[in-house]
Design a protein around this ligand. Sequence first.
Ligand SMILES: [Zn+2]
Ligand SMILES: [Zn+2]
Length: 297
Amino acid sequence: MFRMKITFLGTSAMLPTKERNPNAIFISCNNEGILIDCAEGTQRQLRYAGISPTKVTKLLITHWHGDHVLGIPGLMQSLGASNYTKKLEIYGPKGSKNFFKNMMNGLAFKSRIKYELKEIENKKFFENDDFYLEAENVKHSITCLSYNLIEKDKLKINIDYTKKFNLIRHPLLGELQRGKDIVYQGKKIKVKDATIVKKGKKISFILDTYYDKKLVSIAKNADLLICESTWIERDKLIDKEHLSAKDSSLLAKRAKVKRLILTHFSQRYKNLDEMLKEAKKEFNNVELAQDLMNLEI
Ligand SMILES: [Zn+2]
Ligand SMILES: [Zn+2]
């Protein structure tokens, strides 16, 4: 069965605060451990969350601003010291190979683990039986990616229907679930009658960006949108390359998502009540992320 658990490892923009680490989100789903961004301090946050860093199978980088990537060398080094036998798959926007090389060249570092870094843009870049991952460029001061994790639709057996044929606990049910019509005791049983489609969930991750119509199509109909909300609208004049709570909640409304979680907050706010209030004006099913907050999907 496909189960997904999301852990927020860092929810601050730009600077760490006493309460919040900069950005990183860990998603555990079946055999995969997906880390979206790896800010400074992410390893420690993983420890606090009770997640072994060796669980990470994929590192998805949104962009190369420090508050999203400064933890990468430390993570690589720790995996090398931890008997990590997998090949770490790293994905990032165009230019990532160069940034990565330069970052590692700044250290007396020799990788003791296998890894492969792929530069991606606007496409599906990973797929297994349960889900797929896609990336799309968003507008920020440097090249930046949003990510979607999309669970595949599954066919469930409609037992009320199949028991009419006395077809219970039979290997042929597996064929139906794989989408193939079958013949049982001379009778044809069609997939469309004998199964029910269980729609897969869509989770969208939109980090640093300014508001753009394209975001609506990226997050369209998502079951959950995790979205940056650096500012309260009145402060956005300082820097327009990030979203405000008003932007993020309008995006959620326009994209018809079911649930919105805001993250990546400016350290100027000691209290986020006004942030939440601003978001609720546009979209009611919204909450604020906190470091080490977990949710199961
Ligand atoms: Zn950022
Ligand atoms: Zn940024």
